[in-house]
Ligand binder design. Structure first.
Ligand SMILES: Cc1cc2nc3c(=O)[nH]c(=O)nc-3n(C[C@H](O)[C@H](O)[C@H](O)COP(=O)(O)O)c2cc1C
Length: 227
């Protein structure tokens, strides 16, 4: 082979490699993470999930349900996996997050048949202790999904602990601060957990969140996906 032909051949291999990379990128599976967070705890969990999923080679898109008008919510059909998360206040999900699940209940059922992977989680005070975790999962996830009629569509769900921000700079109104303070005192009394007065107490278990997210990624990578 002449030197000229050899360099032509090399150039061709470079082109093929670049094309292959493009193909792989196009084929990477896409995950929508739709969430509702009042004070930022669920949002921080979502940001940690993005890092984990992207490390697994998945593409992610975030949808802040409180900040995004329904008209701008993306179509679920363009995703292979959907994660939906909410914080809990006075026993309730963020309204927009339940609306999201309600609105898409039929679509979720149809897309499940095509391989869509669905995960659901909450961040709440009561899941912050081992004693409270099972009850919180039951009350804030299992029951909510059952009431919405979509429990069978959800592949993986869990309740994560929350943040007890008892600092003066906590991002909430006076009434919410007072309620959180009362709930914190009750929890200390009931469980013996240590909370720093006037501090931002982060009771989320980041290993639990990592395990959940990696499990979700595995389910997604094992299946054929919706697209
Ligand atoms: C006003 C208020 C009410 C709360 N009510 C509950 C509750 O009913 N059950 C619970 O487990 N946690 C409760 N929490 C704790 C929150 O769920 C926890 O702080 C969580 O991290 C909030 O998530 P977010 O920041 O994404 O909204 C409450 C917190 C506040 C500030």
């Amino acid at each position: 082979m002449t030197r000229e032909n050899a360099s032509k051949e090399q150039a061709l291999w470079y082109e093929i490699a670049a094309f292959e990379q493009l193909l792989v990128r196009d084929m990477s599976k896409k995950v929508l993470i739709a969430y509702g967070s009042r004070y930022g705890s669920t949002e921080e969990i979502v940001r940690a999930m993005v890092q984990i999923l992207e490390k697994e080679g998945l593409e992610t898109q975030l949808l802040d349900l409180r900040q995004t008008k329904q008209k701008q919510w993306p179509t679920l059909a363009s995703f292979d996996g959907i994660l939906v998360g909410s914080g809990i206040k006075m026993f309730r999900w963020v309204g927009d997050a339940t609306t999201f699940l309600k609105k898409h209940a039929d679509e979720l059922k149809a897309l499940k048949a095509k391989g869509l992977v669905v995960g659901v989680f909450v961040s709440c005070g009561s899941a912050s202790t081992p004693e409270g975790h099972a009850e919180a999962t039951d009350r804030y996830v299992d029951k909510v999904l059952t009431d919405l009629g979509i429990k069978a569509e959800v592949d993986i769900y869990d309740a994560f602990g929350g943040v007890f921000d008892l600092s003066s700079s906590a991002p909430m109104g006076v009434l919410d601060k007072r309620m959180l303070g009362m709930a914190a005192k009750q929890m200390v009394k009931d469980t013996g957990i240590h909370l720093t007065e006037g501090g931002r107490n982060d009771l989320r278990d980041w290993d639990q969140i990592k395990t959940f997210t990696e499990h979700f990624a595995q389910l997604l990578k094992a299946g054929d996906g919706a697209n």
